[in-house]
Design a protein around this ligand. Sequence first.
Ligand code: SF4
Length: 200
Amino acid sequence: MDKKVNNVQELMKNLKDMGYEVSYFDTAKEAAEYLDGKIDGKTVASGGSVTVQQLGLEEMLKTHNEFIWHWKSDPLEIAANADVYLSSANAITKAGEIVNIDGTGNRVASTIFGHKELYFIIGINKICEDLESAIWRARNIAAPINAKRLKRNTPCAERADKCYNCDSPERICRVLSVHWKKPRGTPYQEVVIVGEELGF
Ligand code: SF4
C-alpha cells in the first residue's frame, strides 16, 4: 500500500482514539464543500490560515454565517464572539500530535480553548513521522515561508530556507503549541485531513 495512504490511515486512527472527530477528503474542493454544508448560522473565525484561504472558506461560509477574519478584526473580538474557529497546523505527527507556531499567541490560544467548535484543516504535506520532525518542520519550513510571505525583516525571510533562531523585533516565532492529546475545553473538535498539499 502507498506510504502516504498508510500514514493517513494511521493518523486518522490515532486521532479518533484521542477523541477527535476525523474526516478525510481527497481534494480541497471536497473538504470545502463538506465544511460549507456543516457550518451554518454560526459566527466563524479563522486565524489567517493560508489553508483556509486556499479552500475559499471565507467566500463560501460568509453567505450563511458571520465570518470574522484574523486580519480584519481585533483578536479579542474573535475570542469573545466566534462560535466556530478554523485553523490549520504547521505540522501533525502520525501519532496525532498537532504543532503550531504563533507570534501573538491568539491563534494557538483559539485552538486550545475559547470556542464551541474547532476544526483543524490539514493538508497531506503537514504529516510528519514524529514530534521532533514536526517541530523541525514548523520552525524550518512553515515559519520561514510565512515570514517571507508577511515580508518580515527577519534573516529567514529572504530565502525562506531555514530558521536562524533570530532576535529580530519582527520575529514571528514566539509561541510553540503542541496538542499532545485533545484538550478538554472545546466541546466539538474535528480534524479534517485533505489528500492534497495545502498551506506551508
Ligand atoms: S525565529 Fe526568526 S529566523 Fe527563525 S523562522 Fe522565526 S522569524 Fe525566521
